[in-house]
Ligand binder design. Structure first.
Ligand SMILES: [Zn+2]
Length: 139
C-alpha cells in the first residue's frame, strides 16, 4: 500500500508541475493579446503625448488630471483587436474607463462626445515633445 501511496503522490506532484508549466506558458502566450497586456504596454512618452493631445482631461466627462487619475481608453476595445495606436487611444478618467468597459463608444457616450472623440483620434500626437518633457522632469 505504501508503494501505491507514493506512486499516487508522485503522480499528483507531476500533475501540479505540469499545471504550473501550462499556466506559465499560458501567461507568456497571452501577453499582448486579448485580456492581458502586462504592465508596460505603452511607452511613457506616448502615453503623455496622448494625454497632452486631449488637454490632460477625460474625453468623456472632462475631469482633468488635477482632480482625477488619467488612464488610456481603447476606443475599439483591445479585446476586440483594437490597436495600441494613438488613433485608437483616448484620455479617460478611471471612472469613465471602468464604466465603459467594452461597451461600444456610441452606446456609452452622447453623440457630441462621440464626435469629439473621433476628432481627437485623427489629431497627430507629439511623442517627441512629450519625451522632452519627461527628460526635463528627470534632470
Ligand atoms: Zn471621465
Amino acid at each position: 500500500m505504501a508503494a501505491v501511496k507514493s506512486i499516487i503522490k508522485s503522480v499528483t506532484l507531476g500533475v501540479d508541475f505540469l499545471w504550473q508549466l501550462v499556466y506559465r506558458a499560458y501567461m507568456v502566450a497571452t501577453r499582448g493579446t486579448a485580456g492581458y497586456q502586462g504592465m508596460n504596454w505603452i511607452r511613457q512618452e506616448k502615453r503623455l503625448a496622448i494625454y497632452i493631445r486631449d488637454g490632460m482631461a477625460c474625453v468623456y466627462c472632462g475631469a482633468d488630471a488635477e482632480t482625477d487619475r488619467m488612464t488610456l481608453d481603447h476606443v475599439k476595445p483591445f479585446s476586440q483587436n483594437g490597436s495600441n495606436g494613438s488613433n485608437n487611444l483616448v484620455t479617460a478618467c478611471m471612472s469613465c474607463n471602468s464604466q465603459r468597459g467594452t461597451a461600444k463608444l456610441s452606446d456609452f457616450a452622447e453623440a457630441d462626445v462621440v464626435k469629439y472623440v473621433r476628432k481627437q483620434l485623427k489629431r497627430v500626437v507629439d511623442v517627441k515633445g512629450a519625451k522632452a518633457i519627461l527628460e526635463a522632469r528627470r534632470s
